[in-house]
Ligand binder design. Structure first.
Ligand SMILES: [Cu+2]
Length: 112
């Protein structure tokens, strides 16, 4: 292999890796409702490394607080309101969240 071929291959590979990473980091919007009975759906999924916008809508009659220790997020949402909660670059795993005002309401973000 000539030096020039080697350099061209190295550049092509670097571009390929960059493109692969760009795809993994694709934005993803996930609608999530909070109902009297709990989160709907109770489990949502996102790919590893993605930028995730959780659109949390409070469909209950009282304020809720979307909270997650694992995601390090906390957000009060009034009845009828929708709030965006952003998380990104997550490793594979299960990230639990709950309504801090009503602890029986729990859910999880599954990253894989
Ligand atoms: Cu809290």
């Amino acid at each position: 292999m000539t030096m020039r071929t080697r350099t061209a291959l190295a550049i092509a590979f670097a571009l390929f890796l960059g493109a692969a990473r760009g795809m993994a980091a694709e934005d993803r919007t996930i609608p999530l409702a909070v109902e009297e009975a709990g989160f709907a759906p109770a489990e949502v999924e996102a790919p590893t490394g993605a930028r995730v916008r959780l659109e949390v809508t409070n469909r209950t009659a009282a304020a809720i607080e979307f909270e997650s220790f694992e995601l390090n997020r906390e957000r009060v949402i009034q009845p009828g309101q929708t709030a965006a909660v952003y998380v990104s670059g997550l490793d594979p795993g299960r990230y639990e969240f709950f309504d801090d005002f009503h602890h029986q309401r729990r859910g999880a973000l599954l990253v894989r």
